[in-house]
Design a protein around this ligand. Structure first.
Ligand SMILES: Cc1ncc(COP(=O)(O)O)c(C=O)c1O
Length: 357
């Protein structure tokens, strides 16, 4: 019997991919590359968390239905518990959605540039990914989008709003227009929604093909790996069939349930970041050699007149890590900076100013 070469055993779709790149931890750097919240838990919450985690029975599997966390989320979002699916990060839910809905020959569509995992997960599953380019200032090209939807008949459309990495938002009217022409699901990814202060959740009542995706990662709980989606219960029941049992570990379930009951801490962190976003944006606008793009998220995308790679390295050399997006089509010489604490933002602004001299 003929044996295959090792890499012939891997699907060509996977061989052609490039892995998602996340930076290693570097405590010596000001970390402004991953759109995390800059605020650690305050001591009172750490204490409450310690107590709650101490009760976790690690010799048992976690609650398979995530009842406690599910009901905390359902109350906060004012949706039925059955309208929710919880994931190990919203990444997992993107994978789950495509696994449950889309087979060979199916097209998945998104305006681009956008969050890279939509394409990576689609292609890994052997699906076609169609990116519809945004305009020169990253605005939506609605006629082109509609034309592509009609031509490609996508099973799933991903709309990140605010969009990563551009920071731009779609209006409700734009999303309703897309819902009206889309033949399949429209997934509105609101991972950064709290920073924009808006949501499409109220539209779920009359739009059964609308799916809202969200995450706790960007509002201070990235280490827990918890995402959720809200959709019509008939759809969530099907998604539950392909969700792996016990996908949310017991510590994360408990920690999220405890911390979500401190919405005042989350809201205050978001408000502080939004305040700092305005200050950083004002400084970037005034800085020669930099073109920042409007952002409703907790990060700002900007283009540099000098080569982006050089600016990235010069900023890094001063101890500040941002995201270099120069190799993404349409983002030549573009860097993305997460809004940090005021001290971190000052470090970044100083480093950037020096890098541009
Ligand atoms: C738009 C968007 N959606 C989803 C995610 C995934 O978030 P997580 O898997 O941490 O919930 C990210 C992460 O960067 C993102 O930018």
């Amino acid at each position: 019997m003929k044996t295959l070469r090792l890499l012939d055993l891997v699907k060509p779709e996977v061989l052609s991919l490039t892995a998602y790149r996340a930076e290693e931890r570097r405590p010596d750097l000001v970390k402004l590359d991953a759109n995390e919240s800059p605020f650690p838990l305050p001591e009172e919450l750490r204490q409450e968390l310690r107590y709650a985690l101490d009760q976790v029975a690690v010799h048992r599997y976690p609650d398979p239905k995530e009842d406690r966390l599910r009901s905390v989320l359902a109350v906060q979002l004012q949706v039925a518990p059955g309208a929710l699916v919880l994931g190990n990060g919203s990444d997992e839910l993107i994978q789950l959605l495509l696994l449950a809905t889309s087979g060979p020959g199916t097209t998945i569509l998104a305006p681009v540039p956008t969050f890279s995992m939509y394409e990576l997960i689609a292609r890994a599953q052997g699906l076609r990914f169609e990116g519809v380019p945004l305009g020169s200032r990253f605005e939506l090209d609605m006629p082109r989008l509609i034309e592509t939807i009609e031509r490609r008949n996508p099973k799933v459309i991903f709309l990140a709003t605010p969009n990563n990495p551009t920071g731009g938002v779609l209006s409700e009217a734009e999303m309703c227009k897309i819902l009206a022409v889309a033949p399949g699901l429209v997934v509105v990814d609101e991972a950064y929604g709290p920073y924009a202060g808006r949501t499409m959740l109220p539209h779920l009542v009359d739009q059964e093909r609308l799916v809202i995706l969200s995450s706790l990662s960007k509002i201070g709980l990235a280490g827990l790996r918890i995402g959720y989606l809200v959709a019509h219960p008939a759809l969530t029941a099907e998604l539950e069939k392909v969700r792996l049992p016990f996908n949310l570990n017991a510590f994360s379930q408990v920690a999220a349930a405890v911390l979500l009951n401190h919405q005042e801490w989350i809201d205050a962190s978001v408000r502080e970041v939004v305040r700092e976003r305005t200050r950083v944006m004002d400084r970037l606008v005034a800085l020669p050699g930099v073109e920042p793009f409007p952002s409703a998220a907790n990060f700002i995308l900007f283009r540099t007149t000098l080569p982006g790679n050089d600016v990235f390295e010069a900023v890094l050399g001063q101890g500040v890590l941002v995201r270099n997006l120069g190799s993404v089509p349409g983002l030549q010489n573009c860097l993305r900076v997460t809004v940090g604490t005021d001290a971190e933002n000052d470090r970044f602004l100083d480093a950037l100013t020096k890098a541009l001299r």
